[in-house]
Design a protein around this ligand. Structure first.
Ligand SMILES: [Zn+2]
Length: 158
């Protein structure tokens, strides 16, 4: 009986193959879903929000079946939630676990806030240097040198 209950819990909480994005900053789960283009993903996805976390107070979690993320997507996650942890799972085993790292430079992921910027008027991918000022991320445009602040990040779909 007891093992039945355990198995049930396992079915709900564990994925066989895929990626767990853990320690997502409070309130950012749906934004992470959006920037990863998971709204139209057809395999299983579990979302959790407002979960207790010893490290961060409250956190969110996303579990995505049969999907592994490349560097561009990991960088997107880092820009939305620098605290996130990525856990890759195969056959129910953790094969890789790492914290996302805010990159020093980002290219082609976020739009420049300046409507007059060349990247908003010609087919030139954006390019930024990443600054952290007072715990907030700011991106300095390589072309127009304007800053795009965290609350204004508009992501290009990968
Ligand atoms: Zn610009």
């Amino acid at each position: 009986m007891e093992s039945n209950i355990k198995r049930k819990e396992l079915n709900v909480s564990a994925i066989e193959n895929g990626t767990v994005i853990d320690h997502i900053s409070q309130g950012k789960v749906l934004q992470v879903v959006k920037i990863l283009g998971l709204e139209s993903f057809e395999d299983q996805i579990y979302l959790g929000a407002n979960l207790e976390s010893k490290k961060f107070g409250k956190k969110g979690i996303i579990k995505v079946s049969n999907r592994f993320f490349q560097e561009d997507d990991i960088n997107r996650i880092a820009l939305v939630s620098p605290t996130a942890t990525i856990i890759e799972i195969r056959d129910y085993d953790i094969i890789k676990k790492f914290n996302v790292q805010v990159p020093e430079k980002v290219a082609g992921i976020v739009k420049c806030i300046n409507p007059k910027c060349v990247t908003n008027n010609q087919k030139i991918p954006t390019k930024f240097e990443v600054y952290t000022i007072d715990d907030r991320l700011r991106l300095k445009c390589h072309y127009c040198e304007k800053f795009t602040n965290q609350e204004n990040f508009e992501f290009n779909q990968g």
